[in-house]
Design a protein around this ligand. Structure first.
Ligand SMILES: Cc1ncc(COP(=O)(O)O)c(C=O)c1O
Length: 420
């Protein structure tokens, strides 16, 4: 494979120069990285350290550690960011999914359609709500839940007691929400079901100018430390377009309790810590800029891959190119939670990158319908071929706002070396 990156490859790496007495600082700055982490949270922390520590001190001084004013302020700020009518802070993204499903009316005996290509919680939350996940394959370009296949399924054989469709905005790009709206509207007279967004990876993302989190009846976000907006521990939030559902979720996250020691229904302890809310509020002030930097990095990757001759057109899977990029929907404002390629000989490539100290990860190596715990659904290998092929090909490359152009060049250069 001829690579236009070869000039970069031949350039000697600059390393700290030893001086005569070996005490002076390096005379040449380190301009070419020798390793690239998949994610480096320390760089983010270095930029916001004082604000974060002040926010934590504020909570300690208040001695109010669970829910309270910090969580309420975060809820208002996230509702404003997403365009939702309300937001309810909770303990994790998984908890947020459960709240979102139950508030949307999912109950034991129901079915919920979702993607087979996501993190486990997208489906386990359905089970925890007492319902059965109905796995549908993904679009080969975006790897998001394929609305055409959902439509086909509803026409052929509607799942029993279908209560919701749960699309996941995978890697930070919204699923085709126009298509899901059309499906809901088409069946509205016959029976009712809700769209519940798994927006765990998509804070700040948009579909046709509308924020992720305001596109369904309810939506779940994760603030797990690797996410675009991340806590210093576990945390999540659920948003909704229906104020009455927000009230229900407030109750559910606190043992189904409308007032202390009185319980109307079985909820759970799904509350958010005030320290997490305070940290998240510091970071929220930066999220637009951080997401914008992620988009710039994605454009740099795209350009370098195109220059290298390694890639084909977005989404095309017939070119035989060693690397393929995922499709970008024109209606979607992507937040690149992950920058993911599809790679031939993915596992040897990953090993090669690891030897060069370049981080990468596979999201996800086994589709949900083939997870042993879902064997009771009776699906087998070959049933959802697009998800199954994606699981063998996807590779997430380093992506975080503080990543440098030199690091991105090293990643693409190394991939070009592997295929050369
Ligand atoms: C798509 C998706 N859904 C749900 C979750 C669950 O979030 P959490 O880890 O905060 O429980 C995650 C996070 O890993 C996720 O990526």
């Amino acid at each position: 494979m001829k690579s236009s990156l070869s000039s970069l490859r031949k350039r000697p790496r600059t390393t700290p120069q030893k001086t005569a007495r070996n005490t002076a600082p390096p005379s040449v700055p380190l301009t070419v990285p020798l390793a690239v982490p998949l994610l480096d949270l320390r760089r983010q922390y270095d930029g916001i350290r004082e604000d974060v520590l002040a926010a934590i001190a504020r909570v300690c001084d208040s001695q109010s550690f669970i829910l309270g004013p910090e969580v309420e302020a975060l809820e208002r700020e996230i509702a404003a960011l997403t365009g939702a009518a309300g937001a309810v802070g909770c303990a994790s993204g998984t908890e947020a999914l459960w709240l979102a499903l139950v508030a949307a009316g999912v109950k034991p005996g129901d079915s919920v359609i979702t993607t087979a290509f996501s993190f486990f919680a997208s489906a386990s939350a359905i089970v925890r709500a007492g319902a059965t996940p109905v796995f549908v394959d993904v679009d080969p370009g975006t790897l998001n839940l394929d609305a055409a296949l959902v439509d086909q399924l509803l026409r052929a054989k509607r799942p029993e007691n279908l209560r919701a469709i749960l699309p996941v905005h995978l890697y930070g790009q919204c699923a085709d929400m126009d298509a899901f709206d059309r499906i809901v509207n088409e069946y509205a007279k016959e029976f009712e079901f809700a769209i519940v967004e798994d927006a765990a990876q998509a804070i700040g993302a948009e579909w046709s100018g509308r924020g992720a989190g305001s596109l369904g009846v309810t939506a779940a976000f994760s603030f797990y430390p690797t996410k675009n907006l991340s806590a210093y521990g576990d945390a999540g939030i659920v948003t909704t377009s229906r104020p009455e559902m927000a009230e229900h979720m407030r109750q559910l996250r606190n043992h189904g309790s409308p007032r202390r020691y009185y319980h109307d229904e079985f909820g759970w302890n799904g509350r958010m810590d005030a320290i997490q809310a305070a940290v998240l509020r510091v970071k929220l002030a930066h999220i637009a800029e951080w997401n914008q930097r992620r988009r710039q990095h994605a454009a740099t990757y795209d350009q370098l891959f195109a220059d290298s001759g390694l890639t084909s057109n977005h989404g095309s899977d017939e070119s035989g190119a060693p690397v393929r990029l995922l499709s970008r929907s024109p209606q979607a404002k992507h937040v690149f939670h992950q920058y993911v390629i599809r790679a031939q000989r993915r596992d040897p490539l990953r090993k090669f990158l690891g030897e060069r100290k370049i981080g990468s990860e596979i999201y996800y190596p086994l589709p949900l319908h083939l997870q042993p715990v879902f064997s009771y659904l009776g699906l087998k290998a070959g049933d959802l071929p697009v998800s199954e092929l994606a699981a063998k090909e996807v590779l997430a490359l380093p992506m975080f706002p503080e990543l440098t152009k030199a690091e991105i060049r090293l990643v693409v250069e190394s991939i070009a070396d592997f295929y050369s």
